[in-house]
Each structure stands twice: as structure tokens, then as C-alpha cells.
Write a protein that binds this ligand. Sequence first.
Ligand code: Z5A
Length: 216
Amino acid sequence: MERNALFITFEGPEGAGKSTQIKLLRDHLTALGCRVVVTREPGGTPLAEDFRNIVKHYHGEEPLYPATELLLFEAARAQHVNHVIKPALENNSIVLCDRFTDSTVAYQGAGRSLDRAFLQELNRFATSGCLPDLTLLFDLPVEVGLARAQVRAAKVENHNDRLEEEKIDFHHRVRQAFLEIARAEPQRVKVLDATLKIEELFEQVKQQVENALQRV
Ligand code: Z5A
């Protein structure tokens, strides 16, 4: 089935279940005959995945400063948008992207207290105007998300994630920032209750995506 291009991003605090829903949605849309590209940030290209490895796992003696971290996310984004997302949309694909610009506003803006207007300017620069048609925000209490992430981390050897290790207050600020973005942009950002069971949540995901497909 030929569909128009659609760019969907998945956002939310730690352990919200984004990856789980992306896999279900990819299978569902593929079964409907859609061309689907699944990708993620930071990452999505070999070079951007190198930047991902630094921002997530660097634990060297020299500190990784907030400004450096921010620029690594944005460098990875510029690479990703130009190399993967834009070509996929030009090819009429549906792009499912695990995290994007809203994560920068939430984590580096609210989490690291960097200037939000400046972050938005940098996001515009890195994306050169390639913005999501729909953003699904998976909202859940911080404690629930962190507990889920810990269970998953326990299964992975050498799991040592810099951002997950931040104090609880950091994660509360991140969650609130995501909710503020949703309040400011209700047309684009749809908030879903990520405490629902996987199957119930997926019904809501499908409904939002179907609505968005009817709009394009
Ligand atoms: N970051 C940033 O700071 N600035 C930026 O600009 C960007 C990103 C783009 C990327 O980490 C980090 O980069 C992220 C933000 C930062 N760091 N933090 N903190 P990542 O990609 O490795 O991880 P993540 O994006 O935070 O996602 P996640 O923690 O891996 O979770 P998820 O994908 O949302 O969830 P999941 O893997 O689908 O599920 C987690 C567990 O919960 C798993 O065991 C599931 O089986 C379980 N699960 C899933 N759904 C449910 C439901 N509905 N009920 C119960 N259990 C569930």
C-alpha cells in the first residue's frame, strides 16, 4: 500500500517503553504494506552511533562538560537527519525515531539547565527544518521508569549509562519538561499513559498513528 511520508518521534523519560512500542508499530505498519524505517537518537548512522557511545558510556577522568554533551547530541542529529531521515522521507517511508529534538530540550534544557531558547536554535540548525509530524510522548512516574530500566540493565553486562545514573531530581525535571512541551504543542505531541499494559498502550499508539496518516 503506497502511503505518504510520515515522521513520527517517540519521547519520554527513562524506561517508558518506547522501543517496545516501536517494534510493535513497525511490524503492524509493515504488515499493512507500508515502507518503514526505524531509527534512534543519538545514533542511527555509523558515525552518529560513535557519538552515542561517548555520550552514554564515557567515564574517563576528564569531565564531559554539559556544552560538550549537547554538541555531541546535535552533531549526531545533523548526521542522522541528513544521512537517514531526509532520504527516507523523500522515499515516502514512515520514519519511526526513538527520541529526537524534544529529548534535547528535556535532558539538556531541564536536566542540565542549559538555555532553552539556545537549544531550540541549535535544534533548528541541526535538523535544517526536518521536524516530526507526530510525537508520541510516553509519560510515566519517574520511579516506575527507572525501576524498569534497572531490571533491563541488570541483564546487560557492563551497562554503565551516564544519564541513567543521574539523581532522581534530574529525571523529575526531565519528565516535567516533556509534559510542558506537550502542553505547548498539543497538535504535534500526544501524551500516552505509559503505565498501561503493553497491548493496551499499543492500541492507543495505533489510533494516534492512524489519525496522523489520515492528515497527510
Ligand atoms: N538524550 C539526551 O540527553 N539528549 C538528546 O538529545 C537525546 C537523548 C536524543 C538515550 O538512551 C539517552 O540519551 C537517554 C536520553 C539521552 N538517556 N537517558 N536517561 P537510550 O536510547 O539507551 O535509552 P532511552 O531512550 O532512555 O530508552 P530506554 O530507557 O531504553 O527505554 P524505552 O525504549 O523507553 O523502553 P523499553 O526498552 O521498550 O522498555 C524498558 C523495559 O520496560 C523493558 O524491560 C520492557 O520489557 C519493559 N516494558 C516496556 N513497556 C512496558 C509496559 N507497558 N509495562 C511494563 N513494562 C514494560
